[in-house]
Design a protein around this ligand. Structure first.
Ligand code: AGP
Length: 592
């Protein structure tokens, strides 16, 4: 986690650094800082809190330095305070470093440094890097960094500047993302592409085990042995507008409302190109879907679809759980890794471990050029554009679109199924048009402290996703559960103070879930339903119903998800919370 940026050119570096950091704030926002070379000296400015606190503290100060690095932090080692904020400098203040990831052996390095009489100021693992670079420096920053990385264990990306080498940034990627931005007479680095978009769309995504030597007039990439590597420049198709709020109060709201378009793009893309994979899913003994958080919920929905349309057994696993488990897997198996960012450490490393055992790795990612994209045998992209809100919304429904298209394209699909899928963007539009009603309902329920979310069959993952949305942005406890399992324990939670959200479209388990609603009502619980419009039976049982148009059973998750996203959003906004950057979270989780 954390976001890092760097600029070297002929213009003042501060502006691109701050702009880049604002676009990386989704990666962490405990503290932020920049280091610039001003009149031959390294100047560091840092502040606890968000980038705006840093900007406030810089107000009225003049910085002309044309090379600099910046950082936004999601704390892993050391509490959130100015001392632990990045950039960190060596004892003489000649080197500064920003870092993303974890240096696992920093304690040993720290002890060695202390034996050499070097004072270690912070409680971070990062500080070890800068002292090592300073110790290893013999007139060439690149060589000092190459020597330093031989000592480091862990997964990381970092960037270093020195006042002894003006105009130069040396940065490393090993397990955490890093992208180079190519400008005219200026060059950039950043943890993610959106930070580069205001300045350039020509980028070089670095691979693990690569070091970049950045100067205003050139970029050289080396491997860890110091051998020069030839890299291709990629032109990013996204435009900058898609990374702006566009009049919406929050990115999350904008992204929820973008879904008719993002779903349309993803669905049309896959239907017209017919998912050209050089194999059939039916060729495999079984499929294992690995993912985390929201992407895991998409995987759960995908399981039902793939099993129904292809008859291949599918398991869905939390990536962090299978990473160190003894999963029997081999050449006859297909692993599908689902990840918005394509950088989630748990997902990447568990998928890669299975690939090493012989499984074929197919990824569904949103970020083109991300690590998972490059490491997979095959990639299917969700065409959702950059997602800035920490809570995933449009990328979830886009993941569903890819999974459903995958199941249909290789199964005994009828053209009617495809046609129905094409109707989804319009129907999502209809759901969104009822946002004011959902807002009123959200405000009515905003002060409850606990919620249960129930669903069965395809609506079970939707209930999990609805609960996750509520807890991550409103900090209200919400438990997602299979409705049929409720009677085996969680029913004890039901009382008049715990509303239950029940996802109940009229599908194959409709009658069953109505009975589950009765069970809640019998215990004086309040029920908010999510179901088809004009469903009088459901209406008669529920305190309120968030309605969606009637669709084929298979397609219900595309629609029932959307009111739950809005419900969570409006509660969090009503409570005055930071919807786009909820506490303790980061958009891309690059630590295990
Ligand atoms: C969703 O709202 C989350 N913030 C989180 O659960 C996310 O889905 C998870 O970290 C996985 O991320 P990925 O899709 O980028 O791999």
């Amino acid at each position: 986690m954390c976001g890092i940026v760097g600029y070297t050119g002929s213009n003042p570096a501060l502006f691109p650094l701050l702009q880049g950091l604002e676009r990386l704030e989704y990666r962490g926002y405990d503290s932020a800082g920049v280091a610039l070379i001003e009149d031959g000296k390294i100047v560091v400015e840092k502040k606890v809190g968000k980038i705006r606190e840093l900007i406030r503290s810089l107000w009225g100060k003049e910085f002309r330095g044309t090379v600099g690095i910046g950082h936004t932090r999601w704390a892993t080692h050391g509490e959130v305070c100015e001392l632990n904020a990045h950039p960190h400098t060596d004892s003489k203040g000649e080197f500064a470093v920003v870092h993303n990831g974890i240096i696992e052996n920093y304690r040993e390095i720290k002890e060695e440094l202390q034996k050499l009489g070097i004072e270690y100021k912070s409680n971070t693992d990062t500080e070890a890097i800068v002292h090592l670079v300073a110790l290893n420096y013999e007139g060439d920053l690149l060589k000092a960094v190459l020597k330093t990385i031989k000592k480091l264990k862990g997964a990381y990306a970092f960037a270093v500047i020195s006042n002894r080498e003006r105009g130069r940034i040396v940065a490393v990627r090993y397990g955490s993302p890093l992208v180079v931005g190519i400008g005219k007479g200026e060059n950039f680095i950043a943890s993610d592409i959106p930070a580069l978009l205001p300045f350039t769309r020509d980028v070089i995504p670095l691979e693990d085990g690569e070091v970049v030597d950045l100067r205003p007039d050139g970029v050289l990439v080396y491997n860890f042995d110091g051998q020069l590597i030839t890299k291709e420049v990629m032109h990013v198709p996204w435009d900058i507008i898609s990374a702006e709020k566009g009049g919406f109060k929050h990115f999350m709201l904008k992204e929820i409302f973008e879904q008719p378009r993002t779903l349309g793009d993803t669905i049309r893309g896959y239907i017209s190109r017919d998912l050209k994979l050089p194999f059939s899913l039916k060729d495999f003994r079984r499929i294992l879907i690995v993912a985390c958080g929201t992407s895991y919920h998409a995987g759960l929905v995908g399981k039902y679809w793939i099993e129904k349309h292809l008859g291949v057994p599918v398991e869905v696993a939390y990536a962090s759980e299978v990473r160190y488990a003894h999963i029997p897997i081999g050449e006859k198996d297909l692993v599908i890794a689902v990840s918005q960012s394509g950088e989630t450490a748990d997902t990447r490393f568990s998928a890669l471990a299975m690939k090493e055992k012989g499984a074929t790795l197919l990824s569904i990612v949103n970020v083109m050029g991300s690590a998972l994209d490059r490491e997979s045998d095959y990639t299917l992209y969700t065409h959702a554009g950059p997602e800035i809100g920490v809570a995933a919304t449009k990328t979830f429904t886009a993941q569903l679109a890819v999974l459903y298209a995958l199941a249909l394209s290789q199964g005994e699909n009828s053209s009617r199924d495809m046609e129905n899928l094409l109707e989804i963007p319009r129907m999502v539009e209809e759901v969104l048009s009822a946002h004011e009603k959902i807002k009123d309902l959200a405000i009515k329920y905003a002060n409850y402290k606990n919620f249960l979310y129930l669903g069965r069959y395809l609506s079970y993952p939707v209930a999990l996703e609805g609960a996750l949305k509520l807890k991550e942005i409103s900090y209200i406890h919400a438990e997602g559960y299979p409705a049929g399992e409720m009677k085996h324990g969680p029913i004890a939670l039901i009382d008049e103070k715990t509303p239950t959200v029940v996802v109940a479209p009229a599908d194959r388990v409709y009658e069953k879930i109505l009975s589950n609603i009765e069970e809640v009502l019998a215990r004086k619980g309040k029920v908010i339903g999510v179901g088809f419009e004009k469903d009088e039976k459901l209406r008669s049982l529920c305190d309120a119903v968030m309605e969606v148009p009637q669709v084929e059973e298979d397609l219900t998750p595309f629609l029932t998800t959307v009111p739950l996203q809005l419900f969570a959003y409006y509660i969090a906004d009503y409570l005055g919370l930071d919807v786009d950057q909820p506490r303790n979270l980061a958009k891309t989780v690059t630590v295990e």
